[in-house]
Design a protein around this ligand. Structure first.
Ligand code: ADP
Ligand code: MG
Length: 311
């Protein structure tokens, strides 16, 4: 089965040293699936990593004028590079250990977004440092940044979270998949680019990695979108006394529960939406939301939340 795997933050941890250790575990879980005959295409998140890179350059450029501020798309590219390296390293070691012959590579991936996407009118993702009200006003005037107060902690720049439209490197990704290579792609949802007069241009935005994974799964004609996160299943009334874990969700049920607000925006909501979108896209498409540790069991139908089309 061809599976696009979306790895959540808990597969990577929040700093480079912890990440280098944690990816070894991640690799064991993923190679278990490969050893069982599955073909994987791997996507990962990059929230803490891209935040750290952005902040490091921002803070250093304040005290040393020779250090430039790093634009956000470049920070995304850096995060794809070093997370890709960690995953490539851990996966290759695990494959070698089990004598599985498969090459592993990371594709630095640009994802096209639409400048007319309504998300650009309502930037919602805070990135980088915290500022005072005065600093925020200056940044807005000088650089045209959108600034917003963030939960009483100060002001931050906010960027849009547009939908992915297309993947620039899709043909390369398909070739690598066809030649049985293991590909890491669309890291952090991809580097958002806008196409104007046939020129691709990086833009400061954040594409949700769950939506990017869905787009990728469509483009490579995957059978399954496997979203691996910190919980084994999706719940109704999550965190409340009447919480109920779900084994299965039909598209109709999912859409109804989305409307009644069961899934938190920015965490579970994009996963359920991505799952619904993929299952709707083509007959026999399946989506599964579970934890990294339970991936194998979930594929065997023993746990996880399966999103199905019962029409
Ligand atoms: P990832 O890094 O994998 O994208 P997120 O933190 O963005 O992880 O999303 C997963 C989290 O969503 C879970 O750990 C859980 O705390 C939260 N969550 C919100 N609503 C639900 C729900 N209805 N069912 C299960 N988990 C939920
Ligand atoms: Mg998330």
């Amino acid at each position: 089965m061809k599976i696009v795997v979306a790895l959540g933050g808990n597969a990577l941890g929040s700093n480079p040293l912890a990440q280098k250790e944690l990816v070894k575990k991640t690799a064991v879980s993923l190679v278990n699936l490969i050893a069982a005959g599955q073909q994987l295409i791997i996507v990962h998140g990059n929230g803490p990593q891209v935040g750290m890179i952005k902040l490091a350059f921002q803070n250093q450029s304040l005290i040393d004028k020779s250090i430039p501020e790093m634009p956000f798309p470049e920070c995304g590219a850096m995060s794809q590079g070093y997370i890709g390296y960690h995953l490539q390293n851990a996966l290759k070691n695990e494959l070698n250990k089990r004598k599985i012959k498969q090459e592993v590579s990371t594709v630095i991936t640009q994802v096209i977004v639409d400048p007319a996407d309504p998300a650009f009118k309502q930037p919602s993702k805070p990135i980088g440092a915290f500022y005072s009200q005065q600093e925020a006003a200056n940044l807005k005037a000088e650089k045209g940044y959108q600034m917003r107060e963030d939960a009483g902690r100060g002001y931050r720049r906010v960027v849009a979270s547009p939908q992915p439209v297309d993947i620039v490197e899709k043909e390369i990704i398909k070739k690598l998949i066809t030649s049985q290579q293991l590909v890491i792609t669309c890291g952090g949802g991809g580097i958002p680019v806008i196409k104007e007069n046939n020129i691709l241009k990086g833009t400061a935005a954040v594409i949700d990695k769950d939506f990017a994974s869905e787009k990728l799964a469509e483009l490579v004609a995957a059978d399954l979108l496997l979203i691996l996160t910190a919980v084994d299943k999706v719940a109704l009334n999550f965190g409340k006394p009447d919480q109920k874990w779900l084994d299965q969700l039909t598209i109709k049920e999912a859409e109804q529960y989305i409307k009644s607000g069961h899934f938190a925006p920015g965490s579970m909501l994009p996963k359920v939406k991505a799952a619904v979108q993929f299952v709707k896209h083509k007959k026999n498409n399946r989506a599964l939301i579970t934890s990294l540790a339970k991936a194998e069991q979930a594929l065997a139908g023993k746990t996880g939340t399966s999103i199905i089309n019962n029409n």
